[in-house]
Design a binder for this molecule. Structure first.
Ligand code: ZN
Length: 393
């Protein structure tokens, strides 16, 4: 059974193309640019009315939304977060943990596996595996992470995490300067886990070593990350400068318009090049919700943070405690504040994360790719979301 999406503007990897596309059995069967021959087959026709059609958004760093945090470790909280981000165009994501007990992490892994393989999993965003943010991080760059559960890589506990994960772990954010970080990196790579430098106080030499050990990403660039210090008058660059400088590193950017001002967004795109930028929400449970007080982390152990609807702050009223953004807002910010063309901002939220994770059949409008799609009006106003060609939001 074919479904034809017609009369739209496709956001393809190289730019906007007027036309539509054909879906069969949950995958894109053909792209049909306006300039080509019209399709005359049998099937359902969906008139896009001139709206944009893009690959569904992919968020590789997200803690929650809609009142739920993945750390709650409950089906209800997973559903709440997944549904909220789905409604804003996200069709795949990596549930992201906070530094916590192994019981709590084990529960998140179990739910990732269970919900990814459920028969009705297509109703919600694809779960691409967990992103473990900590526990192997620098105490001095903990940010909103609970320092009580920070661990040292050389304590040998990563084997326990791998056992608990049973394949559900996809990305590890760690501080590469910690003693034993080299063994941790080796174990992660052997288990097929991607490595991202984050919550780190290392120097640029640590970042260079991290690249040699297989790190390919930097977690929320500028946030909880070391930068230039002066020793005996000499400037010593940190991991931030390493991440900007090294071509091997793709950087996560929280483009909610609050974490980074327009000048830094532009600086990142200029130094890394658009191809090495991935937009992430780093959203907490207050995403998609009204202003209010929300727990950061699990309901049982988390701490209260205050959302004004634009940003969540720690009780000090100053420090940020994760964002309350959704993917559509990140794209709006990159276009509006960083001057990035729409098709390129969409790439940062689709093709680039898919490529970083090594998943070839999502994140692009191309024949053979999965028909996870988002339809939106100018201003990234989401009009419809499709998973495997079926309307889900
Ligand atoms: Zn985070």
């Amino acid at each position: 059974m074919y479904t034809l999406f017609e009369n739209g503007r496709m956001i393809c990897p190289d730019g906007e193309v007027p036309g539509g596309l054909l879906v069969e059995d949950g995958r894109i069967a053909a792209l049909l640019p306006e300039t080509g021959a019209p399709w005359r087959g049998e099937g359902e026709r969906i008139d896009l009315g001139g709206a944009y059609i893009a690959p569904g958004f992919i968020d590789i760093h997200v803690h929650g939304g809609g009142g739920g945090d993945f750390m709650d470790g409950t089906r209800e909280s997973f559903e709440a977060a997944l549904k909220t981000h789905l409604a804003h165009g996200t069709t795949a994501l990596c549930p992201t943990t906070l530094t916590a007990t192994f019981d709590e992490l084990g529960q998140v892994f179990a739910l990732c596996r269970e919900m990814a393989s459920a028969p009705d999993a297509y109703r919600l965003p694809r779960i691409l595996g967990a992103h473990l943010e900590g526990p192997y991080i620098a105490a001095s760059q903990a940010g909103a992470q609970d320092p009580a559960y920070i661990r040292a890589p050389q304590d040998g506990s990563f084997g326990e995490i791998l056992r608990l994960s049973q394949g559900a772990l996809r990305i590890l954010t760690a501080a590469p300067e910690l003693p034993g970080a080299d063994k941790l990196a080796k174990a992660a790579r052997e288990a097929g886990v991607l490595l991202s430098m984050g919550h780190t106080d290392g120097r640029i030499e640590d970042a260079a070593r991290a690249v040699e050990q297989g790190y390919t990403m930097a977690t929320h660039l500028y946030s909880s990350m070391s930068t230039i210090i002066r020793e005996n008058g000499m400037r010593r660059p940190g991991v931030l400068e390493g991440a900007l400088l090294m071509d091997e590193i793709t950087v996560e950017v929280i483009a909610d318009g609050m974490h980074l001002p327009p000048s830094l967004l532009k600086l990142i795109v200029k130094t890394k090049g658009p191809d090495r930028v991935i937009l992430v929400t780093d959203a907490m449970r207050g995403a998609g919700m009204a202003a209010g007080v929300y727990k950061l982390g699990s309901l049982s152990r988390g701490q209260d943070v205050i959302s004004d609807g634009a940003i969540a702050r720690m009780p000090d009223g100053v420090s940020f405690a994760g964002s309350v953004a959704t993917a559509d807002r990140l794209i709006r910010t990159m276009c509006g504040q960083a001057g990035v063309p729409l098709w390129q901002a969409v790439r940062m939220m689709t093709l680039h994360p898919a490529r970083a994770l090594g998943i070839p059949d999502i994140g692009r409008l191309e024949p053979g790719c999965r028909a996870d799609l988002v339809v939106f009006a100018p201003g990234v106003k989401v009009l419809g979301v499709y998973r495997e060609g079926k309307r889900v939001a």
